[in-house]
Write a protein that binds this ligand. Structure first.
Ligand code: CS2
Length: 497
């Protein structure tokens, strides 16, 4: 395809038939949602649900203003701006079918570091009724073991001292909500879209802890007026690669600087608890339920934990993607056993949810050979993920006398990975983690003290004191350090169970 069509509103009509595009008029849309953290996931999930609703003519007041709070968000803002805030979503099916759609629900983007006041004003504007968040598991600034808000964070101290020029999401939310209160407006809903159990409650507690220090009167107003719906969010969204941009170029002559690619599956289960109205997302597949607990627990402890299982073991073994792991019977078998023998027994059974079928579908989704989900993305920020995805499962199995061997090997592998930053052949691995240095320091002591990694209280609480877990972990980590061929240990764990 020789043409080279830059992605722009005025070029939409020039795109070949194979590309879906907004058929709604974007000009009169009102911005009802301000979203903090515009990455792949937001663009493949909330922004897509909202796009579908705009297509159905049901969301004219709910277009999205993207917000970045970090310097690292600048590039996304620039690309979106340059493309009239349009981007392509490439959905890759397991049978090779690919669907491409240009999404039009984002209509604006603001970067906090450039102009904090503009972000505060946008959030405080009368038409804004929801501020939604994908700020990652680690973004809630709470101690993973105790759940307490971390006031030692220097950015939080900054925001307490400079409430009109904040840098953290809590500073922004507090400033915008204060403005709304002072100007006599309704509060907006704060809607978390992160993989955190009871993500709404966690956001609420964090924001209240912060504002109580800042301004107790405001905290009281927030407590009484702001709603924080809990939600389970799901769609596997790998990092965009040059293969994605090249695909659009070659197939359609379309030049999009930053498309998003994802699997066909998507799910969004939300508690219907909004301060000032919401889009009718149920019309395009979202589920509104009174209590999201069973859904989120199931998803975090099966899907997300399952990802970490494959990510950590697979990285050390030398695999590169999730589908590559599933194609290896040892890994597919280990994952299924972990899900059946350790994750499932401590999940509540829920009427209407068939856990066996859910697990079957997970393995199918992970195995999608066209979604090349890199293990580096999965392993990134494990220190924020594992306390939420895996460590609770271990703790509950210890109480119930259940199996813990599969999990012990995963933690041992995490230790090895944090120490060596290399796979079993010595090939360097990309390690991205806010706690990278602390993790490595603790892991390095393993040869002297096999339990050193487990002694990190912030991550593991008092797990190290459990004799059964400690001795299994110590045995596995020592063997892994002696011979990092993790496959041997995986086979043994499976045999022993
Ligand atoms: C992944 C998630 O971050 C991770 O490790 O497990 O990003 C996962 O792909 C999504 O939660 C799927 O909904």
């Amino acid at each position: 395809m020789p043409a080279n069509i830059p992605l722009l509103q005025e070029n939409l009509s020039k795109l070949p038939d194979g590309v879906g595009r907004p058929t709604y008029d974007r000009t009169p849309l009102k911005t009802g949602i301000v979203h903090v953290g515009v990455g792949g996931f937001h663009r493949a999930h909330e922004a897509y649900y909202t796009h579908l609703l705009l297509e159905a003519g049901k969301a004219k007041d709910w277009a999205i203003c993207g917000v970045g709070l970090r310097e690292g968000d600048r590039q996304m803002g620039e690309v979106l701006k340059q493309q009239d805030f349009l981007y392509s979503m490439i959905v890759r099916h397991p049978d090779g079918k690919i669907e491409t759609t240009v999404i039009g629900s984002i209509v604006e983007f603001l970067l906090g570091p450039d102009n904090p006041g503009a972000v505060i004003n946008r959030m405080a504007a009368p038409e804004t009724r929801i501020v939604s968040l994908t700020i990652t598991e680690g973004g809630y600034n709470v101690n993973p073991a105790t759940g307490a808000f971390d006031f030692d964070n220097t950015d939080i101290s900054h925001d307490l001292e400079h409430p009109d020029a904040p840098v953290t999401v809590f500073g922004y939310l507090a400033a915008a909500l204060r403005k709304r209160r002072d100007e006599g407006r309704e509060a907006f809903t704060v809607q978390s879209c992160d993989n955190v159990q009871h993500n709404g409650d966690v956001t609420r507690r964090a924001l209240l802890a912060f504002t109580e220090r800042l301004d107790p009167g405001l905290a009281e107003w927030i407590g009484a007026n702001v709603r924080f719906p809990n939600a389970m969010v799901d769609r596997i969204t790998p990092r965009t690669t040059p293969a994605d941009t090249n695909y659009l170029q070659q197939e359609f002559g379309l030049k999009d600087e930053w498309p998003v690619t994802c699997e066909p599956f998507m799910q969004w289960v939300i508690e219907d608890d909004f301060s000032d109205g919401r889009p009718a997302w149920e019309a395009v597949g979202a589920q509104f339920v009174p209590d999201v607990t069973p859904y989120e627990k199931m998803k975090l402890r099966l899907l997300n934990a399952g990802h970490s299982v494959l990510g950590l073991l697979g990285a050390i073994h030398g695999h590169e993607t999730i589908d590559g792991c599933i194609a290896d019977p040892l890994f597919a078998g280990y994952l299924r056993d972990f899900l059946d023998k350790e994750a499932t027994p401590v999940l509540d059974t829920v009427e209407g949810i068939d856990l066996q079928a859910y697990k079957d579908s997970l393995i199918e989704r992970f195995g999608n050979p066209n979604v090349k989900d890199g293990l580096a993305r999965i392993c990134a920020e494990s220190s924020a993920k594992l306390p939420k995805f895996l460590i609770e499962t271990i703790r509950e199995n210890l109480v119930a006398g259940g199996s813990i061997d599969y999990s012990a090997l995963i933690i041992a592998t995490w230790c090895y990975y944090s120490d060596t930053h290399a796979d079993r052949f010595g090939k360097p691995l990309e390690v991205i983690d806010e706690q990278k240095e602390e993790l490595q320091k603790a892991a390095k002591e393993t040869t002297e003290d096999p339990l050193a990694f487990l002694r990190q209280e912030e991550l593991f609480g008092d797990l190290v004191k459990d004799e059964r877990f400690g001795s299994k972990y110590a045995e596995l980590v020592e063997r892994l350090y002696a011979d990092p061929d993790v496959g041997v240990l995986m086979r043994e764990v499976r045999k022993g169970s």
